[in-house]
Design a protein around this ligand. Sequence first.
Ligand code: C2E
Ligand code: MG
Ligand code: MG
Length: 629
Amino acid sequence: MDGEVITQAAGAQPGRSLLTWMRRARKGDTPRARAKRMMSASQLIVVLAALVMGATLLAGAIGYELARQSDERLWSEQRASLRNAIGEFRNLFGKADEVDPRFVRMVEQSVGLADLKFEINPGLSERELQPVMDAQGRIAGFLTWQKAHPMLRAMQRLMPFIAAIAIVLVGFAGISLAQLARVRHELAASEEFARRAADQDKLTGLPNHAKTLELLDLALAERAGDDVTTFALIELDGMADVNAQLGVLGSDELIAAVARRLKQALPAQAVCGRIGSDEFAVALTAGSGVDAGAILRAALEAIARPHWIDTVVRISAHAGFAQAPRHAETRGELTRRAGLALRAAAKKGPGAIVGFERAIDTVSTDQKFIQRELPRALTANELELHYQPIVAAQGGRIVGVEALLRWTHATRGPIGPAIFIPVAEQMGLMDTLGAFVLRRALHEAKRWPDLYVAVNLSPLQVRDASIVELVREALAESGVPPARLMLEITEGVLIDNPDEMVKRIEDLHALGVRIALDDFGSGYSNLGYLQRFPLDKLKIDRSFVTALGNSANGGVIIQAIVALGRALGLSVLVEGVETEQQRVLLRLAGCDEMQGYLFARPAPAKAIDRLLAQAKPGRTPSPVEALTA
Ligand code: C2E
Ligand code: MG
Ligand code: MG
């Protein structure tokens, strides 16, 4: 992202500046690195130019001074030799009132000064003077000659070049400085751009998850006196269907449209962020009279108005919210409680808006309790297995038992498996729990050699290939024939990862155990799909049985499912049989086995012993047999 951002912001224009060469990308260079490199190079050039300019000017000044001193030395040497020459030639030509021109010529030849003249009144000129005395010791005139500046003249000829170099350097340093300022500005702009992009959801332009939480923190910190900060979560309903209908691009368009509607519908001071693919969050601080429910209602209504995405699309949403300081003071607690309210709203259905209430939090309090207590329960013998008989539809004989886990907490009493098993899965305790159930069930199954024992496997257990080894070991330890073990798995796990599951079921089959599909009909319910999996038994979910008495078609549906199961070569069991009417209908529908409160509730192993003892041949028929005779 950085790369794109910088390219946009820096807008490189090759050839426009002296530093263009520095913009050339090195292998693996990012635009930001390139901009930084340009900045360092510009800085270096400015410094170098300043140094060279300084050195040039200094050299010029020193050179000038040296030239001046050298010229001075030349003059004083000339003066001294002239004085000597005048002294020597004075005797030769006498001390005349008038200086003999031969005298001047001879002096001239002896000291090598070409333009030597004798002048009585030399006047003010640039010429150098040397007095000549007459016989009386008075100044008779002056020998004059032009002062020579050989070094200075040489320096003067050099000066334009030095000045030119200095001007070029000043210009270069100036351009580099300007370039430096520009790169600095661009870098700062691009960094700002990148920072903003990192905070933004690309699709909607709204603050993303992290930024929304940051803004919520700010809102909580700035909340004054009576103000109330509402944190709401809004989740769209049925986005999976929308995805299927519109495709990814259409769904993106819809999400962007929803975001725009939300922004328009919410008060200007509200912070609205996108925190998940189909989830938005709103943080709003307002006076204590604020009606968060009404604001959210308006927002949901805005979302629900038809959208045009090549066709008319309707989408609904539900929302949950919590408020500070009423429900929570801290961000963590506020968002957690808003999440709970959202879950409660999801349960109510599309368009629901739920404000947090203490009652909603009980589930999570339970979860915390379970998380704390379950590891201890495993070692404290609080977990045991109950068994629910499975009877043959014809004759009512008990043919098997399903092992169902029970937890009786020392102070809390019984806690249902549907509550604590998901927590055990979350906590990574399912391995231990699953192994406990399997070993205990096989150990207790030894008491009932004529029955099979059904053991439930959680999706997590089935996904883990080590289950095969666990089953092998548990069978070997117990000595129970593998054919007497029925493993129950659920549909979801098959559909998530079909190829791996086919292999897993085959591996388990190879041990000699049988596999039942539990709760069939409660989830994906695709009988055709089941053909792929080598299953042995279909356990039809209780919900179908409940529907039996409620609708005229109930019987037909269950009949069709039983027929299809049979066609796939599966034995069919129906769960949750509670009434005599259901039993009769199910027997007519052709199911093979039944399980339910009508026959027996799950009970400890000892109770199953008693039930089986009653059912022994020669004894009075058990209630189950009496029912199904
Ligand atoms: P499931 O495997 O479908 O077990 C049948 C559930 O239906 C049991 O609930 C049973 O008590 C209940 N039930 C049986 N007959 C009737 C009836 O006539 N009417 C009604 N209303 N209910 C009936 P339970 O024991 O609460 O277990 C719930 C679920 O927890 C089980 O559903 C199973 O999925 C899971 N579970 C139980 N024990 C274990 C276990 O050891 N391991 C795993 N992984 N899951 C287990
Ligand atoms: Mg089961
Ligand atoms: Mg079931």
